[in-house]
Design a protein around this ligand. Structure first.
Ligand code: T1G
Length: 694
């Protein structure tokens, strides 16, 4: 076996098969150096008389994570990814991609240009460009449908979600699945393919698209549902347009439209926002106020409370292969919690998002008990009980009598003071907050609350556990509502005031859905249950005149068939009763109602949140404005293509935000709307939360 190394590429000749290995840590992003080295290596092979085929592979963690995202704002450089893909597709010898780890974006596009693909069973393959506000830009919109058919291609491209090797094999994206495909079995497979394999270029394969080709409009029909679900409607439509042209007209026509749409999207504010979030999320993984890498690995976990949150957290832990014991005070609560888990697992199997085997192995990792003694072996316990400080204090006191002295104790509280909880324990150094978002087995965000007395190991243990269960941790300080809920309370207060001043729930909700949220605050409240907020307000001695009046009339939202809206099942209708109730509240408060334009509603729902975000930064509760944006996108579905509240403020201009806040403070007499010192300062300085000067 001879070996030649060209920087990030190694070529080994093994019985006529040239194994080309990419080595561009950390994820084989296809930046210019790697592209150049690949072109050079392929040119060398083309002139090697010994060579009969090429096996193209990467590293264990990644075949390739795609184009180098950091290059997008730089000038194009040759060879670009499309040139590399064309070189592979038109190579004089058979090329087989051996995929380990991930093949994503341009990495998968490169592999799809090969004559065939073999993959490790643990490999994941996907086209996540849409999560960056883009569409595949190196032929993916034309090649993927030709391998897996239009429906699967639309689902993969518009969701951006990767698929397993098994799913890829089932769909026709991968030709064989076996362990370590770049090793000798893979070389043997390639040598066999060189003798007998079908070398039709992917772009020339028509069998999976010929029905749609013969029936224009088919792709549009198939695209309707994934388009509706897509989080970036602009990139999604661009992708559908390119896919449609590539099927209904020709591969080349589609490729040309793909190039045009890609360049348009790459320069769009929506893509800039989502590439910013990609970077902000990775920055949040390297907190400046918490040492990572010093945590203890959690071999066994515990959850106290089998309610919606407790059962969701237990599922998230089990899904990561962590044995977990749920402790409850009463058997029927425990039974209900377990039934919820079993039902969720069955639903995910029915939806195809989990295999039967995975569901049963996760179920097997979940134990239940009425006895805190069952937590004696736990390395970390998450309390997810009723949102009452005394209840939580009692639970922590009981926990300390049963768990190991070094076990980390975390509370899932959504706004209570972690330091008060910690002060009531014998070992406050091991107490922190881990605020999951509902449903905890689905929502990606966890606010890791940095208790003042928590030691570095406890904080790191909690933080690293969140990463291990595949969620996004963001470190936050202790205050009422931490970051997300503190800003949400400000938005909710303005939403209430807008009703009293003249708006109605339907208009307020529509303004936010037009902005890009899935739901507005009132529809969201009806879905969650208005009684929860009502109970919390009463516990804190707070009032919200309209919401309180609606709750007093027994309307708690969907669960009672009426709330801010009337419901037929899940279908909601504006309700004259609510309009009259709101008008009555305005009259009681002596407020003369006025028409309120959509722009004022949008400004008064977003700018006060931004103002609160500035206070949160000034107090050090959040370390970066990007952390706040990651929290709002991952925890509250702020539309990613708008980058998060602080990014949005930077785009709108902080001077404008400050001026509008002053205007609305004068208009409404609500002094809480006055710009905070940090916001005012940045506005005066002409800079942004992100530190850029404007
Ligand atoms: N380009 C540049 N850097 C990248 C990168 C990429 N594609 N992917 C990851 N990194 C960096 C990341 O910033 C971090 O850097 C380090 O690698 C580890 O990443 C033409 C145009 C592969 C699943 O969207 O999904 O191809 O912070 O912390 O959790 O159609 O990274 O350490 O300095 O995320 O193990 C499409 C994005 C590009 C894949 C690994 N590809 N990456 O996750 O590690 S557009 C993507 C990921 C495209 C073509 C189009 C994940 C991962 P640092 P990490 P991880």
């Amino acid at each position: 076996m001879s070996e030649v190394s060209t920087g990030p590429v190694t070529v080994e000749m093994i019985d006529g098969v040239a194994r080309v290995t990419m080595f561009g840590p950390p994820v084989n992003a296809l930046g210019l150096p790697l592209r150049k080295a690949l072109v050079e290596a392929l040119d060398g092979i083309a002139h090697d008389p010994q060579a009969t085929a090429v096996l193209l592979t990467g590293q264990a963690k990644a075949f390739s994570a795609g184009a180098d995202i950091t290059e997008f704002d730089a000038a194009a450089s040759s060879p670009d990814l499309r040139e590399l893909v064309a070189k592979v597709e038109d190579f004089p010898l058979p090329v087989i991609a051996a995929i380990t780890g991930v093949a994503l974006g341009g990495g998968l596009e490169l592999a799809m240009a090969a004559n065939a693909r073999i993959a490790d069973p643990e490999a994941r393959l996907g086209l996540p460009e849409i999560t960056l506000g883009l569409l595949p830009g190196a032929g993916g919109t034309g090649r993927l449908p030709r391998l897996v058919g239009p429906a699967r291609a639309l689902d993969m491209i518009l969701s951006g979600k990767p698929v397993s090797a098994a799913q890829a094999h089932h769909d026709g994206l991968v030709d064989a699945v076996f362990a370590d495909p770049a090793a000798k079995d893979g070389v043997r497979w390639v040598a066999h393919f060189a003798l007998k394999g079908d070398r039709t270029r992917t772009r020339d394969r028509q069998e999976k698209v010929e029905v749609a080709h013969a029936a224009p409009g088919t792709v549009a029909k198939l695209a309707a549902v994934p388009l509706h679900k897509a989080k970036d409607p602009y990139a999604a439509q661009a992708a559908v347009d390119a896919i449609t042209a590539g099927i209904e007209v020709s591969f080349e026509t589609g490729a040309q439209l793909e190039r045009e749409k890609f360049d348009e999207r790459r320069q769009s504010p929506e893509s800039a926002a989502q590439r910013y979030l990609f970077t902000a999320e990775r920055a949040a993984r390297k907190p400046r106020n918490l040492s990572t890498g010093v945590g203890r690995r959690v071999a066994r976990a515990g959850v106290v409370g089998a309610g919606t949150m407790g059962s969701g957290i237990a599922m998230a832990l089990a899904a990561a292969g962590i044995p977990v014991t749920i402790v409850e005070a009463e058997q029927d609560a425990l039974d209900r919690g377990l039934a919820r888990i079993v039902d969720n697992l069955a639903t995910s199997v029915a939806h195809g998002s989990r295999t039967e085997a995975a569901a049963s192995s996760e179920r097997a990792l979940i134990e239940t008990s009425l006895n805190y003694g069952a937590l004696a072996a736990a390395d970390l316990v998450i309390e997810a009980a009723f949102e009452d400080l005394q209840v939580k204090k009692d639970i922590f006191a009981t926990l300390e009598r049963h768990v190991r002295p070094d076990a980390v104790l975390a509370s899932n509280t959504s706004y209570l003071n972690i330091d008060v909880l910690a002060a009531g324990t014998a070992h406050p150094e091991r107490v922190l907050g881990m605020h999951f978002f509902s449903p905890a087995n689905v929502m990606p965000l966890v606010e890791v609350v940095r208790g003042a007395q928590a030691d570095a190991e406890a904080l790191a243990t909690g933080f690293e556990l969140v990463r291990r269960i595949g969620k996004t941790p963001v470190v936050v300080g202790v205050c009422h509502g931490f970051v997300g809920n503190r800003m949400l309370e400000v938005r909710s207060a303005q939403a209430e005031r807008l009703l009293v001043e003249g708006a109605l729930p339907g208009q307020v909700d529509r303004v936010l859905t037009d902005f890009g949220f899935r739901m507005g605050p009132f529809a969201m409240g009806d879905m969650a249950g208005l009684d929860i907020g009502w109970r919390n307000r009463k516990a804190q001695g707070l009032t919200a005149p309209v919401s309180d009046a609606i709750c007093k009339s027994g309307r708690f939202g969907q669960k009672t068939g009426a709330g801010f809206y009337a419901y037929e099942g899940r279908d909601r209708q504006d309700d004259r009763f609510v309009a009259e109730l709101i008008e009555g509240v305005s009259a009681e408060l002596g407020i003369v109602r006025r028409p309120i334009c959509d722009q004022e509603i949008l400004d008064r729902l977003t700018f006060p949140m931004i103002n609160e975000g500035a206070r949160i930064l000034a107090e050090g509760i959040a370390d970066r404005s990007g952390d706040i944006d990651v929290i709002w996108v991952k925890g509250y579905n702020w539309p990613a293509y708008r980058g998060g509240p602080m990014w949005y403020a930077d785009q709108v201009g902080l001077a404008h935000v400050a001026e509008r806040l002053q205007h609305y403070a004068l208009l409404t007499g609500d002094e809480s709307l006055q710009p905070s010192p940090l916001l005012g300062q940045l506005a005066d300085d002409g800079t942004t939360f992100g530190g850029d000067s404007r």
